[in-house]
Design a binder for this molecule. Structure first.
Ligand SMILES: Cc1cc2nc3c(=O)[nH]c(=O)nc-3n(C[C@H](O)[C@H](O)[C@H](O)COP(=O)(O)OP(=O)(O)OC[C@H]3O[C@@H](n4cnc5c(N)ncnc54)[C@H](O)[C@@H]3O)c2cc1C
Length: 443
């Protein structure tokens, strides 16, 4: 029976999109999720460190439950974008009354340094997608060498360091941190996984080296050091001999290479610290030196993907700064700075609203709140009977498999069986072709 309802497209099936879609569907909205990947989960599936098995499994179970919500349709393997399978305008033409973009932050931030194009220079996102088996990143080849610099000071930097220490087992991992020990952004819990590999002598020496700069802005050196070392009592045992150390107050300025374009080091500039409007800033001190490394991984955050075809400003999509439907004072609404007009029917949530911000719990809450903003907007419109046949026909015309919620359930079962057969804790197919073939093979 045809029922009059509101009709909403959610772009992306990470934590933000999944919980947004559920909230809308529970309010009687017909929701279609379009997801680039075959599987839902986004960075919960393909970003969170693979050894966090219980957390990942718990989230997978929750996502499975979300997909069972009545009124919700999942279309995996469908990319939305100006060059994608469907554009934002295609979604409008299909009758969607609002589009909630929860596509995460798929763009990569670079520092525009000479040498960033070299073999052996990587961005954290590609690497975490690789070790979490997201096609096509799963098939990419990496060349790390013996010494690796990881640029960044957050949990993603620690995840990369953990991978290098525990899986690749390089000789040395150097965390290159722009500001000082008091400004690191990682959590104690994440440090516990690798603190056994921290070279404590080098750490003490490094703290002594940067102490004058810290003291110059009134920072307590011992307190900052103690916060980082708080992870020591719960240090996880290690079988890796990798040496892990920090270079604080250090900014990369160039990546150096040999005649084959292979990385041989990074030239860095030392920084001092300054207080500006109550914020601690790094200022170049003018002197340069070289750190010998064989590869460099940038873990400096992400930016949103402008190929989706919506206006961006810096790392973010442009948002309406005077929201009509704020939730907790936050704007979820799209804005076009070129025309100075609202994009009435487009909303952002999760990492698409604010790139690289917050853990899964935060993305979930942001998705739910974003859906509340969408729901307020829907109240200004008239419900109608969505033309679902038109959607089916349009998807068929794409000539590619569209993954349904039943397919996702099958795939989860197939991969669990494979893991059991192979005696592994988890197993994932590394290509879309294998996933699709196995789904189709069981009808
Ligand atoms: C390396 C790393 C480790 C992390 N570890 C933890 C952790 O241990 N614990 C924790 O709580 N949080 C962790 N997080 C944070 C957590 O993963 C994020 O908070 C959360 O996943 C963000 O959710 P999201 O839905 O906004 O975006 P995402 O999770 O990025 O989901 C985006 C979705 O959009 C889809 N998509 C992208 N582009 C398109 C498009 N054009 N068309 C259609 N679909 C598209 C993607 O396929 C994906 O499904 C980690 C993050 C990273 C990067």
């Amino acid at each position: 029976m045809s029922i009059e309802t509101y009709y909403v497209a959610v772009v992306g099936a990470g934590p933000a999109g999944m919980f947004a879609a559920r909230e809308l569907a529970r309010n009687g909205v017909r929701v279609v999720i379009f997801n680039r990947d075959i599987k839902p989960g986004g960075l919960a599936e393909y970003g969170i460190y693979p050894d966090k098995l219980a957390m990942k499994q718990g989230l997978r179970t929750q996502f499975q439950q979300v997909l069972e919500t009545p009124g919700l349709t999942y279309c995996g393997n469908i990319n939305i974008g100006s060059q994608g399978d469907l554009t934002i305008d295609d979604l409008r033409a299909l009758g969607f009354q609002a589009i909630l973009v929860t596509a995460g932050a798929q763009g990569t931030k670079w520092l525009s340094l000479p040498g960033e194009y070299l073999k052996g220079v990587y961005h954290a996102k590609g690497l975490v997608y690789h070790y979490n088996q997201l096609p096509p990143y799963s098939k990419e080849k990496y060349r790390f060498g013996r010494q690796v610099a990881v640029v960044g000071a957050g949990n993603v930097m620690l995840d990369i360091a953990r991978y290098m220490i525990q899986r690749v087992k390089v000789d040395e991992v150097i965390a290159v941190v722009r500001r000082g020990p008091a400004e690191v952004k990682f959590d104690k819990k994440e440090m516990e996984y690798i603190i056994a590999n921290l070279d404590l002598r080098a750490f003490n020496e490094e703290i002594a080296r940067v102490a004058p700069a810290m003291q110059s802005i009134g920072q307590e050196v011992e307190a900052a050091k103690a916060v980082i070392l708080e992870a020591l009592p719960k240090s996880q045992p290690t079988s890796s001999l990798t040496r892990f150390r920090f270079e604080f107050l250090t900014s990369p300025v160039e990546i150096l290479s040999d005649e084959n374009d292979h990385v041989i080091g990074i030239e860095v500039e030392d920084n001092t610290l300054a207080l500006q409007d109550g914020e601690v800033k790094a200022r170049g001190a003018g002197n340069r030196r070289t750190i010998k490394v064989d590869s460099v991984v940038f873990a400096i955050g992400d930016k949103v993907d402008d190929s989706i075809g919506l206006p961006t400003a810096g790392s973010e999509f442009s948002k309406n700064l005077h929201p009509r439907y704020p939730v907790d004072g936050i704007s979820y609404e799209a804005f076009d700075p070129e025309t100075s007009r609202l994009i009435e029917d487009v909303f952002y949530a999760g990492w698409s609203r604010q790139a690289s911000t917050g853990l899964v719990g935060y993305a979930r809450k942001d998705g739910t709140n974003g859906s509340k903003a969408v729901y307020q907007y829907l109240q200004t419109l008239t419900p109608y009977v969505p033309d679902e046949a038109a959607l089916i026909a349009r998807l068929k015309k794409l000539g590619k498999p569209v993954v349904t919620q039943q397919d996702v359930r099958k795939l989860v079962e197939i991969e669990a069986e494979e893991a059991k057969k192979r005696g592994l804790e988890w197993f994932k197919f590394g290509s879309n072709e294998e996933m699709l073939e196995r789904i189709m093979s069981i009808g």
